[in-house]
Design a protein around this ligand. Structure first.
Ligand code: ADP
Ligand code: MG
Length: 337
């Protein structure tokens, strides 16, 4: 069956009947899907008590041909990733995600089973992050798939990107470049990989090396940054590439940065796969994109994250292992360019 037979109301009904998978606390939802707008209590447990009393709101949109290619990504993976990238924005403000709205535009000829897989990906991710679906919008499109999620969350003390201080250490919470490397590998495979079902491919490179990279590209699972006992001055998530996002943080804070090349967080898988692909691992690490790790600055010295450099008053400098300085270049993705 195609979506043209199911219709808008059929799609909404399908989503609605499956969206009640309980999350740990639904008691603040007065009305979710079904009326003109959702109604929430914002003053009780989920807000004031659990996660703080500041409301965080974010939205991210993904469109076919720009953000994803259905020849490499399954509908399930697409749904899962849409939620992950939005949760990442809430975590990056030191918040906990609570509610989601989902806006969908699918071609009328889309197969019903593809929509079902997509919704399954959405719901599995919502369940993983303990987020309730409370509404959205649905319409048909002439050609491409466009999907967008809006997330609401709570924070006691949001952490912003505009407060980095000269002398702060610059930290990254995990390896970067893996996702971009995974995408390059997928292009070589030139097919979808149902990695969530444990599919293994017979490929020239060891599957134990390839699969974590591909997994990070197709189905990023984001983690709350572990900053409990650290005085963090500024933070943001890394979605456009480490170098680009570091520059954004520095520009917002009105300062500059020193980055040590030999401290860049490069995974062992990235080292091996980038050699196989003949791509410089440092370029992937600095300019890859879609990493969904976090960049933060703090005057504390910690070893629970990678310290890649220091905040200085101005300029962006990359220092190699022979102490030779060059400008830190960024080639991160910018739309409309
Ligand atoms: P309206 O005409 O008021 O915009 P709709 O018919 O678009 O209402 O939607 C009916 C209900 O279904 C609303 O509660 C809306 O939030 C919800 N809804 C519509 N599309 C989606 C979707 N893709 N995911 C979740 N909820 C949705
Ligand atoms: Mg509507």
């Amino acid at each position: 069956m195609q979506l043209s037979e199911l219709g808008e109301n059929g799609i909404i009904e399908y989503i609605k009947t499956r969206s009640f998978k309980p999350i740990s606390d639904n008691s603040d939802i007065i009305i979710g899907i079904g009326d003109d707008a959702a109604a929430l209590n914002i003053n009780s447990k989920r807000g004031g008590g659990k996660g703080g009393n500041k409301l965080l709101v974010t939205t991210d949109l993904m469109t076919e041909g720009i953000h994803f290619d259905l020849s490499y990504t399954t509908y399930y993976q697409l749904g899962f990733k849409l939620i992950s990238v939005n949760v990442s924005d809430i975590y990056a403000m030191a918040g906990s995600p609570a509610y989601a709205l989902l806006a969908l535009s699918f071609p009328a000829a889309t197969k019903e089973r593809d929509l079902n897989e997509f919704i399954k990906g959405i719901l599995d991710a919502l369940h993983l992050y303990n987020v309730a679906l409370i509404g959205g919008d649905t319409c048909s499109s002439k050609r491409d798939v466009t999907i967008s999620a809006t997330l609401l969350g709570y924070a006691a003390k949001p952490i912003y990107r505009d407060n980095a201080k000269v002398g702060d250490n610059i930290y990254v919470t995990g390896y970067t470049g893996d996702s971009a490397c995974g995408m390059e590998l997928l292009k070589r495979i030139n097919n979808t990989v149902e990695i969530e079902k444990g599919v293994e491919l017979n490929v020239p490179l060891d599957w134990n090396i390839m699969s974590p990279l591909i997994n990070r590209h197709l189905m990023p699972k984001v983690k709350m940054p572990d900053i409990k006992n650290i005085k963090v001055n500024s933070m943001m998530d890394i979605s456009d590439g480490l170098a680009t996002d570091l520059k954004k943080l520095c520009t917002a804070s009105g300062i500059g940065a020193y980055v040590y090349q030999d401290r860049l967080p490069i995974s062992s898988e990235l080292k091996i796969a980038s050699e196989y692909l003949n791509i410089d691992p440092i370029t992937l690490c600095l300019n890859g994109g879609e990493d969904y790790e976090y960049l933060f600055t703090s005057s504390d010295s910690i070893d629970s994250a990678f310290c890649i450099g220091k905040i200085i008053s101005n300029g962006f400098t990359l220092i190699n292992k022979d102490n030779i300085e060059k400008e830190l270049r960024d080639f991160g993705y910018e739309h409309f360019k």
